[in-house]
Design a protein around this ligand. Structure first.
Ligand code: ATP
Length: 349
């Protein structure tokens, strides 16, 4: 494994089947054989400090991540995402629990377990700025234990797909911030790792570059079975690129499902109500009693946006009936990941 954060290098090692174990869920394959998950975390716990100052950053987390999937790790600031990732990568020693990568116990045989893992933990700052883009890819392939000549075609493809071909022979220090970020990602992928951990990979990227990067991650997951664990505060990125979302709050997993399934479990609805009968007194009364998020004048009409669970919605409609309000239009807004996240984590970002 090579992490871009601290320069720690654990190069590839011979597979040690003695270190493989059956811990963690195994995936069924068409031929009836089972394959261990790409990453299996079981009962992971980590507390920093002692006594009154103790902070339990990871509080008994268990999760299995299947091969070829992109999993988004979300949570408010301080939820424990970074600590969890660092425990999985062996950069922080957990107090309890186990981590298996491709079925290999990371404590029993860390070299074999981490041989196919790479990570970008702090964006662009870990590339070698004096080296060109292509030299960086060759360097990171080499320290992953791969002969760079054997993956030259792969590097060309990566550069092309990330719109970096024209910059291949330019020193990284002469690139824009967004391009440096893309070089960082290309470096993480340069050695052909099976599992990559990406912390805020799209931070600072313009919309086009962010989309390019998301497309490439999806392609690698679908075509090459790359497994990606991606932590981000950008809900749109997570919603677009991830197969599955794991939400962490106060050290524990509070939700773990596909974006669609999470949206379906959200009992809070956003409704837009348009009427010519919303005068100031009625609007003030509604704001007092319900969660009115937007008030918009539209000619003679007013449109209110209200967030309400089923009980509130019933009470709201009764209230409007009692005040003889004629509704011109009622629209229900489908909850997006942001709504679900706010609901689950109590509004913390
Ligand atoms: N080395 C450390 N020593 C003491 N406390 C720590 C250490 N690292 C993290 N913590 C604490 O553990 C908790 C979880 O922090 P962590 O960085 O894992 O959260 P996070 O979800 O990654 O947050 P963010 O989204 O802000 O990056 C926080 O309360 C943090 O202050």
């Amino acid at each position: 494994m090579t992490t871009r954060e601290d320069g720690v290098v654990r190069d590839g090692a011979a597979d040690d089947s003695a270190a493989r174990s059956d811990t963690g869920t195994r995936e069924e394959h068409g031929n009836g054989e089972t394959e261990p998950p790409a990453v299996a975390v079981d009962g992971l716990r980590k507390t920093f400090g002692t006594g009154e100052d103790a902070v339990t950053a990871v509080d008994g987390v268990s999760v299995a991540i299947e091969r070829g999937s992109i999993v988004g790790l979300l949570g408010p600031n301080g939820a424990g995402k970074t600590t969890l990732i660092k425990c999985v990568l062996g950069m922080v020693l957990p107090d309890e629990g186990s981590v298996h990568i491709g079925g290999i116990d990371t404590r029993a045989d860390p070299r074999a377990a981490y041989a196919q893992v790479d990570a970008m933990l702090e964006g662009a700052r870990n590339d070698y700025w004096r080296l060109t883009v292509r030299e960086n890819l060759r360097y990171f392939a080499t320290i992953s234990g791969v002969d760079p000549d054997s993956v030259a075609a792969r590097h060309d493809r990566l550069l092309e797909r990330l719109d970096l071909t024209a910059k291949a022979d330019v020193a990284v220090r002469d690139l824009s911030r967004g391009m440096k970020q893309k070089v960082s990602l290309a470096s993480v992928l340069a050695g052909g790792a099976d599992v990559v951990f990406l912390d805020e990979p799209t931070l600072g990227l313009d919309v086009e570059s962010s989309r390019t990067l998301q497309r490439e991650l999806r392609r690698l997951a679908t075509e090459e079975e790359l497994t990606v664990v991606l932590s981000s505060h950008d809900m749109d990125v997570v919603e677009t690129v991830c197969d599955r979302v794991v939400i962490v709050s106060e050290g524990s997993i509070v939700a773990d499902d596909s974006v669609d399934a999470l949206a379906r479990t959200d009992d809070t609805h956003t409704v837009q109500l348009t009427s010519g009968d919303f005068d100031e007194t009625l609007t003030a009364a509604l704001r007092e009693r319900f969660t009115v998020t937007t008030i918009e004048r539209r000619g003679a009409d007013t449109r209110l946006e209200v967030r309400a669970d089923s009980d509130d919605l019933y009470a709201l409609m009764a209230h409007l009936r009692n005040h003889d309000v004629t509704l011109e239009e009622v629209t229900t807004v489908e909850p997006d990941l942001e709504d679900v996240f706010v609901e689950i984590t109590g509004g913390r970002r």
